[in-house]
Each structure stands twice: as C-alpha cells, then as structure tokens.
Design a protein around this ligand. Structure first.
Ligand SMILES: CCCCCCC[C@@H](O)CC(=O)SCCNC(=O)CCNC(=O)[C@H](O)C(C)(C)COP(=O)(O)OP(=O)(O)OC[C@H]1O[C@@H](n2cnc3c(N)ncnc32)[C@H](O)[C@@H]1OP(=O)(O)O
Length: 853
C-alpha cells in the first residue's frame, strides 16, 4: 500500500526527545524521511533514534541548543547530504531540479512552527510564553510571505497534546485523548511536497480536532477627520466598531485605498460626541517614542485633553521639541530621554514629576528591514529589544502602580506586518506578533484590577517606518490614529473545524481529505473563541469521539443483519446541509460535464432555454453525502475510496438558481470482504417550499476497509439497485465524446474537491499513476448522451465499473426498452466498460429518437 512518502527528504525536528517532537520523528521516519532528532537530552534523543533505526528508518541524534540553529542544520547536511544525492527517488531532486552542491538554493523547504493557544488568545500567568508563541505565528507568516518565491512554505500550529504543562490542569482520562499521534499526521500532511496549501496559515490541532484560525476584521466605521474626531467620537460609535456581522477576513495586508477613504470623507458631517467628553485631566500618560510620528500625535492629543504627558524618546532633541510644543500650548509635559527598554527610568520620571501614572502607550519602535537570508542577529535583536522588550519593560514598571491604584490603561502599537507577515521585516513582524500575545495576556491578568490592555494597529501608510512622517496623504495622517488609541481590538476567529475519531490512528491522508472542512469559515461554521478556555472547548468536545450513538435510538434504516458497528453508525444523524447556487454554478457544472460554447442553452444564462443539465441534481447534495463520516470503518483511508454507484431521482423542474436543504442518512453498509460499500440517501428540499426536488442514493466503495463482519448483499432498492442488463441487440443509439485533459480540474469546481482527481501524490496512495476523473463527471456526460438521444429523464442510475482518466473518450451505447433507456459507457482508447448496470427512466417515453444513430 503506497502512502504519502518522505523518501529522500531530511526533516529536522527540535525538541524531538519526547512528546510531539518524538511523534513527528517516528511518523516521518516511518514514511521514509531522514530524521535529525534534536534534543538537549542526549539520552532522550538516542532513544528515539534507536526506535527509528530498529524499525528500519534513518535518524541521527543532535544535542545542540536550538539557539544554535546552524549547528542543528549542520548535522542534517553532514549526515544526510549524501543520501539526498544518492537517492534518485527524491522529490527534491526530481521536482525542483536539485543540483549537486546546490543545497541552499534547492528551491524547496517546509517549516512548521509550534505556536500555542496561549499565544493566540493570551493566557493568565504566561505573558512570556504568550508573547513568544504569538511572535512565532507572525514569524511564520513573514517566512511564508518571504519564502513563497523560493518554494519555502511555513505553517504555524497551535497543538494541544499531553505534556508536562497539561498534566497539571487535566485529569489522566482526559489526557489520554491528547496523544501527540493526533497532531503529527497534520504536520506530515502540510509539509509533504504534494500537501495542501497551508503556507502562512495557523491551525489548532489536538485530540483529533483540526481547525484553521484566521483574522477577522469588522466592517468598521468611517469618522470625519476634522476637529470632531476625538476619543469621544470613537466612543459614540464604539458598538459599530465591534460589529462583526459583515466581517472581512484579510489574508494579507489589505490594500489601503487612500483615495477611496478620502472620497468617503466628503459625504460625512462632523462626528457626534459621547457625553461626558473623554478627557485626561489629572491623569499621567507615558508615551514611548513620542519624539515624532504617531508617538508625537498621541502626546499632543493627550495634552490637549488635559493629561500630564511623559514624552519618552531616545532622541533628546525631538523629545524636548514635543514637550516645548505642549507647554507652549498651555499643556503639561516632561521629557524622559531613554531607551524604551528603560521602563523603570521612564516611570520614575512620571512619578517624580506628576506623582503618578495612569496610561501607558507603548509606541516606541525601530525598523531594520532586511531579507531574511541576510538579516543579522543585530537586526533581529535591536528590533525585538525596542518593540517587544520595550513594551514589556514599560508595562512591567507601571504594573505595580496600576495594580495598587486599581486603575491602569495600556495601549501597545501593533502592525499589519504582525498580523499578516511581511517580507523583509521578519524581525519587526515577529516583535509585533509577540506584542499581541503580551497585550492579550496583560488584558486577562489586569482585568480584575481595572487594568485594561489593548493593541492599536495603524493602517498601512502610518505604520512605523512605512511612510511615517513622510506621508502627505491626508487620509493617513498620524492624527487620525490617535483618537482610536484605547478603543480598537482585533478579535480572532476560528472555524468550526473537524473532529476526527480518536479511537483509531489519524493519517495525513485523512487530513488532506477533510481539508475543505478544516478551512471552511462559511455556512455558519465559524466559531469565535476569545480565550484559551473557549478555544479548548471543541478540542475537549472531541475527546472520546468514536462516532458513537448520539442519542437517537430508532433509525428508519436499521437492519437486523447489520453488525453492531454498522448499526451504531446508522444511528448517527447527520446535520442538514444547506446549498445555495446561482446561474454561474449551473454554467460551471454544465461546462464540467462537457457542454460547449455552441450549446448556449447550457452555457449562456440569457438563452431562452437556459437550463441545468438534468444530472445537476447530484450537485446540491454533494457536500451532504460527500461529507458523511466514514472514519468509523476499519482501516478507513480516504485515498482508497471510489465512487461505486449513483442513483438520482428528479422530482420537479430544476431551477437555474436556488436554495436547498439536504437531509442525509446512512442507508446501507455492506462488507464486501476486502472492501466496504456504503450507501447514503439524501433528500434535497427547496428551502422555501420544503418540497423534495431530488433524491440521491450514493454508494462509495472503500478498498481495504472490509472484513468487519457486516452483511454482504444489499437490499432491493428498486431502480436504485437494478441490474439493468442491456438486451443482446445492437444499441439503438451511440454517442461518443472526448473528455478534456482538464476535465477533472474543471469538474472539481462544482464541489467535489477530492484530491484524488487533481493531486498526483494522493492519487498514488489510491493506487493510480495519475489523478482520475470524478465518477459523477462521467455520470453527467452519459446522462447528457441519454438526454440528447431520447429526451428528459426523471431518474438515472449507474454503477462505476472502471476508472476514467481525464482526456479519454467516452462512448455511450443506449437501448430503449419501454420507458427506460438502458446504457453502457466505455472508454474508447482502452475498450473498458466504465459505467455499467445503468438506466434512465424517461419523462416522456413516447418521445422520438433525437440524435443521429
Ligand atoms: C457518499 C457519496 C459521496 C460520493 C463521494 C465520491 C467521491 C469521488 O470524488 C470519488 C470518485 O469520483 S472515484 C471515481 C469514480 N469511480 C471509479 O472510478 C470506480 C470504478 N470502479 C472500479 O474501479 C471497480 O469497479 C471497483 C474498485 C469499485 C470494484 O472492483 P473490484 O474490487 O474488482 O470488485 P469486484 O471483484 O468486481 O466486486 C467485488 C464486490 O463488490 C461489488 N462491486 C463491484 N463494483 C462495485 C461498485 N462500483 N459499486 C458497488 N459495489 C461494487 C461487486 O458486486 C462484488 O460484490 P459481491 O462480492 O457481493 O458479488
């Protein structure tokens, strides 16, 4: 049985002596990779290497500290360089034109960084850990952005697995669900050369639960940028700022359309103010990096609103200039000339001058842009020091004061580079990401002492170093960021994810199979955890997931001959699945089954007879039947699944757009010895009227998943299971159609994203030397042949008897027998039958033959 292979690949795993690292090492080694087992504990690393070598794998111990990455990688190159080159099977060599001694330029690399929910949401008592972990998320995003053109992909995961940490907070029964083996397959899947596109993305993985995490941005509001743009104006609109009903989900730094923002302004009148006005009389505000740009704008605003301003900057002249400006305007201010890292010194100035401190705006920053490959340790350290360590040291210094007075406000300045990653600024985006983790944790820890922490992320043009002070575009002046300070936050959203059963091993293939679900934020699947506790809910919810009885006791499909396994599976009630479509989806489907630009009734929405081809009836239900859980089958491997049979009954006219609801049941499960044959039934109803429009019965044939002791022969399901043996005479009609090499790539877009039809590596696991055509695509083409030859039909059934490769020619032979058309479809080039036991029942049996015989 072939599987996703890592033969010829060298995988370096840090912290590989135990837990997750060990699970990764064993999995990669079992899939043929050379593994560098790095751990500071020589004994632990050696044990893992021994285990791998005993099983016939290749691995080497490395005990360098991760702080010395170069030493870790040297071991990889010294040990496995030669293997790399001797192994002609190696994907690197074949796919990327890997050349002798061309190591650093191999044009391929996969990086997985281990983040944590503590970073994504913040976590009490873990300000340091949250910062480091969220920093890693941004680090990953920047590496992904920068690596894209070199074939380097980076993914971050927030795993939940049993560890020394979780042991203290969870009982042993729960910990049993958190096996590292439920995380490792995900890492393998996304690092495989043919794996799914996961670069720059973040995933939560644990206990067999996998979900993508993404940023969510509220639609937001536009405020008039005149004198009325004050903190009170923001307060007045605050509810709208946090209204996520029309949220966007940017994947990279959104375009800043200054012109559009400016033209918005012309339609706005002055902003309403909340009352009483927000003012800072008697409050002392520390602004770091206050000498110029944003910091200066913050300092001036606070002074205008009555605050005592401590203007910090390393640049003495600019700090003093701001103070002078404030004093000249009648305000109160003092300069604190120091690095932002000198939090204590800055707070001391505040306490000595004004007798207190109430607000900290951690704004100081430097930029050292450099391509990641050329970035020096100094570039890295300087940026991390000023942004992250500066924010930390200042917050640390104000904290006891805030704590004691039960009041404090902290705003940290973030960056879009931190949210989305940015090439050339890996250091900066990492620091800004880390500050998100820090800010969230401070918010959690400070809450009960009335210490509020928020991050403000200025829009593109105003970000530190990205045009600050140079911009003369009205819309992005620093002054227009200032009023938002203290008000804006950026919540995260996680999607509904997918829970894999924990009662059997999880495979990388299973991850790829469910990729569509894991990354789907639509259809009401998004959840919005805002704390680590909330984020753990679904993971804990998947504990003990064995696809067991969910409480419904009687199934209309219960069958006395069923084994317990099958009887239990049938009790599972699938949730109804909605399907909404437009004319565009109809055209896409018609094209997917070979309709041409000459057949305007199928490809041009304004044609008088524009219609869906009748087999479109399998599309609205596909997500429902295709999403049915089969994980409970023994040895279930999605790459071994083939479509076996399909029956479609069309109960009414097919609208060219609509909204349907699909109700799915598992109907029959047969044990074919080596294989399992599973039939589901889906009723597709019009959402508005509740009338059934289609009924589908789909059988999937899963090779290698039999032998569970179920019944072998199915029930008589009428036309859905009829043998449909054609008569002996010559066919009454024959139609021939050559499929396109891109047929499967095109058909996928109608909703069956099974990688079997596009991804060579996945097809290989299924036993095919290239991707195969969707069964339902051949089904649609044959259905079109029946339609063209004999007219409309009200039901159609086929058995998928052999595979079709995109580009092959399909020949459909048809015999009219009463109200039925029996048919067989063959691949012309190979002479094999691909659709058998097939028939359609005509709507108007008296209709005459249409096509030429
Ligand atoms: C839930 C619905 C959602 C739909 C999800 C679909 C996802 C899609 O993306 C997947 C696809 O589109 S796959 C592409 C389309 N399908 C194919 O190409 C399969 C072609 N068929 C074959 O290769 C073989 O017939 C093969 C491999 C199927 C069987 O061949 P053999 O193993 O040689 O079997 P054989 O020895 O002939 O028979 C063994 C027993 O199995 C029954 N059987 C055979 N073909 C069957 C079929 N196509 N469907 C159902 N049952 C089938 C036989 O009757 C036999 O039963 P018994 O032992 O009781 O006599």
């Amino acid at each position: 049985m072939s599987q996703l292979s890592f033969k010829g690949h060298t995988v370096v795993i840090t912290g590989a002596g135990g837990g997750l690292g060990k699970a990764y090492s064993l999995l990669y080694a079992s899939r043929g990779a050379n593994v560098v087992v790095n751990d500071v504990s020589q004994a632990a690393a050696q044990k893992v290497v021994d285990e791998i070598t005993r099983a016939g794998g290749k691995a080497v111990v490395n005990t360098a500290s991760v702080a010395d990455g170069a030493a870790v990688i040297k071991t990889a190159l010294d040990t496995f360089w030669w293997h790399h080159h001797s192994d002609q099977q190696c994907w690197n060599i074949e796919r990327q034109g890997f050349q002798e001694h061309d190591g650093p330029r191999q044009g391929f690399g996969r990086i997985v960084n281990t983040a944590s929910a503590a970073g994504l949401y913040g976590n009490f008592g873990q300000a340091n850990y949250s910062s480091a972990k969220m920093g890693l998320v941004s680090f990953t995003k920047s590496l992904a952005a920068e690596g894209a053109k070199y074939g380097i992909k980076a993914t971050a995961i927030a795993p939940v697995a049993a560890s020394a940490m979780t042991e203290t907070i969870m009982p042993p029964e729960m910990l049993a669900n958190l096996k590292p083996e439920f995380v490792a397959p995900f890492v393998a899947a996304v690092t495989h050369p043919g794996g799914p596109e996961a670069s720059g993305k973040v995933f939560e993985v644990g206990a067999g639960f996998v979900a993508e995490i993404r940023w969510e941005r509220s639609k937001g509001i536009a405020l008039k940028t005149d004198k009325s743009f004050t903190p009170s104006a923001v307060q007045e609109k605050w509810e709208q700022v946090g209204d996520f009903s029309e949220a966007e989900h940017p994947q990279s730094i959104p375009d800043f359309d200054a012109q559009a923002k400016l033209s918005l302004q012309s339609g706005l009148s002055s902003n309403a103010q909340s009352s009483p006005d927000i003012r800072f009389d008697g409050k002392t505000v520390i602004v770091t990096g206050a000498g110029s740009g944003l910091g200066r704008a913050f300092a001036l605003m606070y002074a205008r609103l009555g605050g005592n301003v401590v203007a910090n900057d390393v640049n003495e002249r600019s700090a003093r200039a701001v103070v002078d400006e404030i004093i000249k305007a009648g305000g109160k201010a003092v300069a604190a000339v120091a690095s932002a890292e000198d939090g204590e010194g800055i707070v001391k100035v505040a306490l000595e001058t004004f007798g207190g401190v109430h607000v900290l705006v951690a704004n100081a920053g430097v930029v050292r842009a450099n391509a990641f490959g050329s970035m020096t340790d100094k570039d890295w350290d300087d940026v991390i020091a000023v942004h992250l360590r500066g924010a930390y040291k200042c917050a640390k210094a104000v904290w006891p004061v805030f704590h004691k007075q039960k009041f404090g406000r902290i705003v940290t300045l973030g960056s879009q580079a931190g949210l989305y990653g940015l090439p050339g600024l890996v250091n900066y985006s990492t620091a800004k990401g880390a500050m998100i983790g820090l800010t969230r944790t401070m918010a959690i820890e400070g809450k009960k002492y009335n210490i509020l922490s928020n991050m403000v992320i200025p829009s593109a043009g105003a970000a530190v170093g990205l045009g600050r002070g140079q911009s003369n575009v009205e819309a992005i002046k620093e002054d227009y960021i200032a009023p938002l300070v203290g008000f804006l936050t950026n919540p995260l959203a996680a999607n509904g994810g997918h829970g894999f059963p924990v009662s059997r091993p999880l495979t990388p293939e299973a991850i790829i199979w469910k990729w569509g679900i894991i990354t789907n934020f639509e259809d009401g699947r998004a959840t919005n955890p805002s704390t680590t506790q909330e984020s753990l809910e679904q993971i804990i919810g998947n504990f003990g997931n064995e696809e067991e009885d969910n409480g419904s006791s009687s199934s209309p499909y219960a069958d006395q001959d069923d084994s317990q396994l099958v009887a239990d599976a049938k009790k599972h009630v699938e949730d109804p699945v909605e399907f909404k479509y437009t004319e565009r989806d109809v055209i896409l489907y018609n094209l997917g089954i070979g309709a041409t630009e000459k057949e305007l009734q199928w490809t041009f929405e304004s044609h008088d007879e524009f219609a869906a081809l009748p087999t479109f009836g399998v599309i609205p239900q596909f997500m429902a039947s295709g999403g049915i859980s089969l994980d409970w089958l023994p040895n279930y491997n999605p790459a071994k699944l083939l479509h076996g049979e399909q029956f479609l009954s069309i109960k009414g006219p097919i609208p060219t757009s609509g909204e349907f609801i699909n109700e799915t049941r598992l109907m029959e499960v047969l044990d074919k010895g080596k294989a399992a044959a599973v039939t589901s039934i889906v009723e597709t109803k019009d959402k508005a009227t509740g009338k059934v429009v289609f009924e589908n019965q789909s059988t999937v044939f899963i090779r290698g998943a039999g032998g569970f002791g179920g019944k072998r022969v199915g029930n008589d399901r009428g036309p859905a299971s009829a043998a449909n043996t054609p008569p002996q005479r010559k066919p009454d009609a024959v139609l021939e159609e050559k499929t396109l090499p891109i047929q499967a790539a095109l058909y996928r877009l109608s909703g069956d994203y099974n990688p079997l039809h596009i991804l060579p590596e996945f097809a290989a696991v299924g036993g095919f030397d290239r991707p195969i055509l969707h069964g339902l695509c051949s089904f649609g083409i044959a259905g079109k042949h029946v339609l063209k030859s004999f007219g409309q039909f009200k039901d159609i059934k086929v058995r998928f008897a052999g595979v079709v490769y995109p580009g092959e020619t399909l020949v459909t032979e048809m015999w009219k027998e009463g109200d039925k058309v029996l048919f067989t479809t063959k691949v012309k080039e190979r002479g094999t039958t691909v659709l058998a036991a097939a028939a359609a029942t005509l709507t108007d049996p008296s209709a005459t033959l249409k096509a030429k015989l």
